[in-house]
Ligand binder design. Structure first.
Ligand code: MLT
Length: 268
């Protein structure tokens, strides 16, 4: 399905009925990273997985963009779908976008799941590394970005034992234009510190993290959990940064337990 909103064409999957749940993907992937979540979530909830602008099948429009622009794309998609309020799951960059979304549109948020993400802005060194990756993308293309990103996204064990998953992640990265990869990197480098936001989050919240996540390790997840009122943490075994793909069963169970608590009927 697709919709023209906020000057871009967004492709999205919309399955199931009931309380809406919106899935926001990581850098530099697309909505198909949510494949293991679609059936379990849509059995009980209206599940919407969006290709962020410029990713997967969605159009890019202009660059640069800010993470706030991507958040507004999502808000406009909710308007288009006549959805007033949704549960949001954001993984890594999806989590950064969810923080921007909450800053701008808290009244549209029923509950939040932050997965494998962090509240801190980039350090000076982190920003310099992003600009180095911009140069790599511009000179060597998306394949070079895949080579850099795959060992950060997946645990060493997954890389050794699950070539099919590695191939899917690589295909998602190669499917994105270099312009999108560059715009994401610049937008993430410019994102503000969200630590002050954490204490203001007044909705049911789960924080999930793969126990082997190196980019946004369990210490980042603990830091967020301790500052969001009432938030609970789940550390997922045998998973790195893409915990929803590396341990989908534990990921789905953690999300569905939150959904059950906030009044949804979960069909097992
Ligand atoms: C992601 O998975 O979205 C990225 O690793 C986030 C980041 O680079 O900060």
């Amino acid at each position: 399905m697709d919709a023209y909103v906020n000057g871009v064409r967004l492709e999205y999957t919309d399955e199931g009925t009931g309380t809406p749940i919106v899935l926001l993907h990581a850098f530099p992937l697309n909505r198909t990273m949510w494949t293991p979540q679609l059936d379990p979530f849509s059995a009980s909830f209206r599940t919407i997985a969006v290709d962020l602008r410029g990713h997967g099948g969605s159009s890019l429009s202009h660059t640069p963009y800010a993470l706030e622009d991507l958040a507004t794309d999502i808000k406009d998609l909710l308007d288009h779908l006549n959805i007033q309020e949704a549960i949001f799951v954001g993984l890594s960059m999806g989590g950064y976008i969810l923080m921007a979304f909450y800053r701008l549109y808290a009244d549209r948020v029923k509950a939040l799941v932050f997965a494998d993400t962090r509240a801190q802005a980039d350090t000076a060194d982190g920003r310099a590394a992003r600009f180095e990756m911009v140069r790599t993308a511009e000179t060597q293309g998306a394949a070079a970005i895949a080579d850099i990103m795959i060992p950060r996204l997946l645990s060493a064990h997954t890389i050794q034992t699950n070539p099919a998953l590695v191939g899917k992640v690589r295909a998602m990265i190669l499917g994105n234009p270099v312009e999108t990869i560059v715009a994401d990197l610049r937008a993430m480098a410019a994102r503000p510190d969200s630590i002050p936001l954490l204490a203001k989050i007044a909705r049911p919240t789960r924080v999930l993290v793969g126990e082997l996540d190196q980019g946004t390790p369990p210490s980042d997840a603990r830091f967020m959990t301790e500052r969001i009122p009432g938030a609970r943490l789940a550390v997922l075994r045998d998973a790195g940064h893409l915990s929803n793909l590396e341990n989908p069963q534990a990921f789905n169970q953690a999300v569905l337990s939150l959904l059950g608590e906030i009044g949804g009927t979960v069909i097992e």
